[in-house]
Write a new protein. Structure first.
Lengths: 193, 193
DNA sequence: GTCTATAGTGTGATAGAC
DNA sequence: GTCTATCACACTATAGAC
């Protein structure tokens, strides 16, 4: 791993744990085990390094979500696979948590990958649900866009509830709830959600 | 307004805007228009002041939510009233945003009011849905706990999506989605969600 | 390309005058 | 009760040696 890569990885971890405001260059350097000079040689500063880290994290999250969503089965099965995939719930979403960071939201360059990732996810799920509707997998009138937004929001909000409770339980309950509501709209032999 | 109250109000605003880590005593004092001595006279430090501010914010949020949830109508109507109540969506939830602040979550005293508020909200909505089930307002098998968690998570996650997009639209879409899923479970003449 | 040294500013808290 | 002065330390960035 190059010095540059080590810096990006350390930044990714710290942004996830502490956010942008809560992460100092000093902490990044200590975790990466490099001196200050290296950071300012490879990057123009904290924001530039954060941008590289956020872009990488967004890329990883997108790939992970797409794997779960691209599996076999009905639209409902694929959304279920996404919702029930393994997660380190108490750590929260490395992309979503950045939206609570005013310095990230205020900087268009930093906000863009955050927006693009969540927007892509919403659109991906909406597309799957729309296909499901066209195939008659759901009863008439299911709102693919609204449902997709609710699914993504449930995950993001589930992290909030779990971190407040210091327990993954509220996350799991919320996921169970939205899955149950969705499964009730599926036609055919109702799978136990 | 007393000096102490001014300090708490300034802290509430700043915690909402910038979180605990992103808020300095200096910023609080400037906004409140008082000197440093006043703060350390009334409070032991930043955390103590934040605790007073968080408790007050939690109290306000609980009252606001309870007003919307205590209205007339069916269980579905009351949850709808809560979901559709006016919100400054792009500011996010003043309680929920604190869960992304590692220093808040790490301090049991600061985390407690955050947890209690969100847990109360979940329980309140679950109770309303349970009553609705008992009155036959929903078709059999609606999961009150799961649905309530999904409703609260959708709101919290809706803020995340809205802030990422710098637009309230994704929040509104998610709320429409979860409401549509819930309304489909209501018996009788389906109200257009 | 990486290091240490240094600078200037801000943070969170204390001391002591009024 | 409120103010200003001061403290020790951390933050972000730059300079310049190696």
């Amino acid at each position: 791993m190059t010095t540059s890569e080590r810096l990006v990885e350390s930044t990714r971890e710290l942004l996830w744990e502490r956010g942008f405001t809560g992460t100092s260059p000093k902490a990044i350097l200590q975790r990466a085990g490099v001196g200050q000079g290296s950071m300012y040689h490879h990057f123009t500063g904290k924001s530039d390094l954060a941008l590289a880290a956020i872009r990488r994290t967004a890329e990883v999250m997108r790939a992970t979500a797409d794997t779960a969503l691209s599996g076999e089965g009905s639209a409902c099965d694929r959304v279920r696979a996404y919702l029930l995939r393994e997660r380190d719930v108490l750590r929260g979403c490395p992309v979503g948590r950045l939206t609570m960071d005013p310095d990230v939201i205020a900087d268009p360059a930093l906000r863009q990958p955050v927006f693009e990732t969540l927007d892509w996810l919403r659109g991906r799920i909406a597309g799957i649900l729309r296909e499901g509707c066209e195939r008659g997998e759901f009863d008439a009138g299911l709102d693919p866009e609204g449902t997709a937004a609710a699914v993504v929001a449930t995950v993001q909000g589930g992290y909030v509830l779990a971190r407040a409770a210091e327990s993954p339980a509220p996350f799991d309950t919320a996921v169970r709830g939205v899955l149950s509501l969705l499964a009730a709209r599926a036609t055919g032999p109702a799978p136990t959600a």
